[in-house]
Design a protein around this ligand. Sequence first.
Ligand code: AMP
Length: 738
Amino acid sequence: MPERMQDLLEPILDRQSQAWLTGSSPSIEELLEGSPLRHDPEAQLDVIYNEIVLREERGEQPTVDEYAHRYPHLRRELEQHLEVHRALGEEMLTQTTPLQGPETLPDAKAAQHGGLKQPPGYELLHLLGRGGMGVVYKARQRTLRRHVALKMFEPGRVPSSREIMRFRSEAEAIARLQHPNIVQIFEISEWNDLPFLALELAEGGTLAQRLQKLPFTPRAAAELVETLARAVHHAHENDIVHRDLKPANVLFAADGTPKVTDFGLAKILQDPDGDDTPRDATRTGEPIGTPRYMSPEQAAGQHELVSVSSDVYALGTLLYECLTGQVPFVAASVIETLQRIRHEEPLSPRRFQTTIPRDLETICLNCLHKEPSRRYLSALALAGDLRRFIDGKPITARPTPTWERGWKWCRRRPTHAALIAVSLLLMISGVAGAAIWERREQQRVATTRSEVEALMTEGQQALIRQDDDIAEAKFRDAWIKVQGEPALRDYQTGVAGWLDHSRRAANRQRWKQRVPPREYDELRDEAMFQSVLLDPRRPESVRAAREAVAAALQLTLPDDPAWRQERERLILLDADLLHFEAGAAPALARLEVTADFSSRLYHTRKASFLDQLGRKAEAARERERAERFPPDENTTRFLEGMDRIRKRDFAGAAVAFETILDVEPEHFTARLFQALCSLNQNRPSEARVGLTACIAQRPRFAWCYLFRGQCAEKLANPAAAKRDFERAAELRPLDPGR
Ligand code: AMP
């Protein structure tokens, strides 16, 4: 909510609360009367909601319907608000019932009767999310007139007094962290004897959500992780290790500023009470942090080794994921993931994306060393190297030599090492016990195979749904699995093929988002237009047409089969133009620029240029090739129409375009050229109708307005002509009348 709005609203809400608490009941309309907010739906909603809460406190049972007939546009929001509000009321009751023992919470009755329905000083608005420890609500802080995030224990779960104590003492410690990239703790307070935190609100989503869309560019990934590393270093300077850095714990503020959050698992290195038991144990269902993002020492359960360096490792995994869309180690089960983290070397990020710069890869892998002592010594050192990379300066980290990676691989893969040993044993003495190893290995391969197959099926289904990004991610996962499994080598080509296919599809999707197809259509039509209106004897008009073709070609993707037909069309056009300009030889060369094309028109054109160059035999072969394609009446007619226009045979051209439009009424260029023929045959009304239809199809195509303006002039309608000329000039400000 904008500051100004809050400033205006708070006094109204205060007045309302005062009035209801002292027995009067002003209506919502009365309260908002005269305020600039009186028609503002958000303000109305707040005042209504406040009234509902106040009425409930009086023992009334207000319903949504009472308000919805006066404010029908707010019905849905009101229902949602009330649902949360009522659910909270109920949770208050459930959370207090099963209490026992000396370390417990206030008894049920106290909370039920004496308990507050809203945390003191705050008004809960709606649920923001749920985490391992509890829930997070968006709330309004009454006194400071701001929105905050309130984090509290999961209602219904009874925390032990020890948990509560740690929640408090650690929250207090973390509250000391003042950094623009760390979610600030404003207050630690209590609600019905349970502590809750008021946190800075960061409503721009999490990094996990952003990563579901697309990997970052190398530069964006480096910048983000540099920022996070500096924030994490600030925590380290205050003796706090985060221990659970992962994309879900990076929030974005509304303005896009990244913020590290959830220090709920943090370890205080200098714990005032000297207690260094891992606090993760307090989390339900999640033993120690989040497996996929754990450092090797965490994965091994060596809590005493968890230090600053573990956060450096986690920052490395974040960088890895931002760059590749993939965490360094994934497996079907948690146990296997932990095993991989401990024993395997990550695949080089550049194997996923060859465009990742080597230095950035080196920085990333330098965070991911198994031995903490080999990683960057601090998050600040990591930030420093990232900054050097961004600024194009030499980095300090050195890549791990290839021989070392190979050696590490053997050392860290006890299974494989054992297998090699086992097969040797089998060869030498046929030891029966080795069969057990072999069976296990076969089982493992079978599991991976079925995982790969499942991923492939999911990927293919995603392709059918046109979820190309998801398809790409599935095939990439399958590819990683196949890469790490020599026994599945036979899958490699197939998986790589699908991965490649889905990448192209995803790229195309991204490309489409970046360059609207309409823009391409306009450039192509412009090229067609220029090439039909040119005067072959005037080199500058031929050049202008070739420039237009080049502009359209620039928007196409050369390697993408989806663009082949469009590119072929444009290159054929360009060859024709080159033919006007410089003759058959360069025109032929233009057609031979790629071996990709093959169509009736392409071979016919080639044959015609070869004929002109006296290469009869080759020309005959090209003609034969052309014959293998079915005749394309429309294209033939279109070219004929263009040729006739160039020869000023407007009547003949009009017939050609008309025939096309009978079959393809949407054919924009045919309609435009037909209208031009009408105009040149002095039939302005007819031309005008055609041009208006063209404008409906392509409202940004300047030429349509220019010619329609000419029609209006001929029809003695200067006002309409002026409007069209102005619009044409607007769309082509540099040279409207060319
Ligand atoms: P957590 O318990 O910290 O894992 O938070 C659970 C969810 O609540 C997160 O995934 C966010 O969607 C949301 N959340 C947590 N903290 C905030 C905050 N400060 N601002 C906005 N949303 C938050």
